[in-house]
Design a protein around this ligand. Structure first.
Ligand SMILES: NC(=O)c1ccc[n+]([C@@H]2O[C@H](COP(=O)([O-])OP(=O)(O)OC[C@H]3O[C@@H](n4cnc5c(N)ncnc54)[C@H](OP(=O)(O)O)[C@@H]3O)[C@@H](O)[C@H]2O)c1
Length: 286
C-alpha cells in the first residue's frame, strides 16, 4: 500500500510518523528522532507545548537527509492564538527548530481565539512559510464551523484515535470535507495497553506473525488514518513502522472495529470541565 496520503492541497504526508510528546529529556529526544529517521520515519510530530522543537530540529540537521525528504509538524499553543501573536509564535517555533518552513502547523486545541489564529496560519500558508495548515482536537461541529467561516479548509485534524476510540463519526465528517484524519496516542499511550491482550488483537497478530502494537497501528493505517506513535526504544521505534508489508483480512478488520467503545482517554475539548481546566494549562515553550 501507499505509505503517504495526499492532503487536500496536494502535499504528500507520510501515513506513519514519529511522536515526541513526553520525551522530556532533550538528548533522549534527539536520539529517538535520529533512530526514527534511521528506521524509515519521515514525519516527525512536535509542538510548542512539548518542549521538543529544539531536539527535533537538532536531529533534522544531524540526520543527513535533505530537508525536503522530511515532513515536520508542530502545533500552536492556545495562549498564542490572538491575531499577530500566533504569527510571532510560529516564527519562534521555526527558530527553535532551526528551520525556515514547516510542513504542517496545527492549532493544538480549540480554545481561545481560534479564528484569529487560523487567519494568521492562512497568511503564513499563502506566504509559503507553512506547506499545510490544520487543527487538532477539533470535534466535527468545531471543524465544520471553522471551514464555513474561513477560506482555507484544514488539511489535517489530529485527534486521539486508537482501538478503544476509533472516532468513526469524526472520521466521516473529516472525509466529507477532505480533512485528513491523523490519530494521536494510537497505542493508547501505554495507559490502556491491555488492549494488546484482546483476543482479536492477539489472533490477528499471530496470524500475520506481527506484534499487537503493529496490529493496532495497521488497523488504522489500513483505513487511511495517519498514526504518530512515540517510543524512546529503538526496537519499538522500528517495530511501529513495520506496518506496510502485511494486510489484515476483512474479518480481522471487522473484529478490531467492534472493540471500539468511543471512549477518549485524553479527553475531548467538548467537555466543559476540560475547557475550564485549560485556563490553567501551561506550555513548555510559547
Ligand atoms: N494533538 C494532541 O493533543 C496530542 C496529544 C497526545 C499526543 N499527541 C502526539 O501523538 C504522539 C503519540 O501519542 P502518545 O505519545 O501520547 O502515545 P502512544 O504513541 O499511543 O503511546 C506511547 C507509549 O507507548 C509505548 N510504546 C511505544 N511503542 C510500543 C510498542 N511497540 N509496544 C509497547 N509499548 C509501546 C511508549 O513507551 P516507550 O517510549 O517506553 O517505548 C509510550 O509509553 C505523541 O508523541 C504526540 O506527538 C498529540
Amino acid at each position: 500500500m501507499e505509505q503517504s496520503i495526499r492532503l487536500n492541497n496536494g502535499v504528500l504526508m507520510p501515513l506513519v510518523g514519529f511522536g515526541t510528546y513526553q520525551i522530556t529529556d532533550s538528548a533522549e529526544c534527539e536520539r529517538s528522532v535520529l533512530a526514527a529517521v534511521e528506521a524509515g520515519y519521515r514525519l516527525i510530530d512536535t509542538a510548542q507545548n512539548y518542549g521538543t522543537e529544539r531536539p527535533v530540529g537538532a536531529a533534522v540537521r544531524a540526520c543527513g537527509l535533505p530537508r525536503e525528504e522530511l515532513f515536520i509538524t508542530s502545533k500552536v499553543w492556545f495562549r498564542n492564538h490572538p491575531e499577530g501573536a500566533c504569527r510571532e509564535s510560529v516564527y519562534r517555533s521555526l527558530e527553535r527548530l532551526g528551520l525556515d518552513y514547516l510542513d504542517l502547523m496545527l492549532i493544538h486545541w480549540p480554545f481561545g481565539d481560534v479564528y484569529a489564529a487560523w487567519r494568521d496560519l492562512e497568511t503564513l500558508y499563502r506566504e509559503g512559510v507553512l506547506r499545510a495548515i490544520g487543527v487538532s482536537n477539533f470535534s466535527p461541529d468545531r471543524l465544520v464551523d471553522l471551514i464555513n467561516y474561513n477560506e482555507i479548509v484544514p488539511a489535517v485534524n489530529q485527534i486521539e484515535t486508537h482501538l478503544y476510540c476509533q472516532q468513526k463519526t469524526a472520521h466521516e465528517w473529516m472525509a466529507k470535507y477532505g480533512v485528513a484524519h491523523q490519530g494521536y496516542a494510537p497505542l493508547g499511550q501505554s495507559r490502556i495497553n491491555h488492549m494488546f491482550a484482546l483476543p482479536c488483537v492477539r489472533a490477528a497478530a499471530e496470524n500475520h506473525g506481527r506484534t499487537p502494537a503493529q496490529t493496532a497501528l495497521r488497523f488504522l493505517v489500513q483505513q487511511g488514518i495517519s498514526v504518530i506513535p512515540k517510543s524512546v526504544h529503538p526496537e519499538r521505534i522500528r517495530e511501529n513502522i513495520g506496518v506496510f508489508d502485511f494486510e489484515l483480512t476483512e474479518e480481522e478488520m471487522a473484529a478490531l472495529s467492534a472493540v471500539d467503545n468511543a471512549s477518549p482517554m485524553i479527553g475531548t475539548a467538548t467537555d466543559p470541565k476540560r475547557a475550564e481546566a485549560a485556563k490553567n494549562w501551561t506550555s513548555r515553550e510559547l
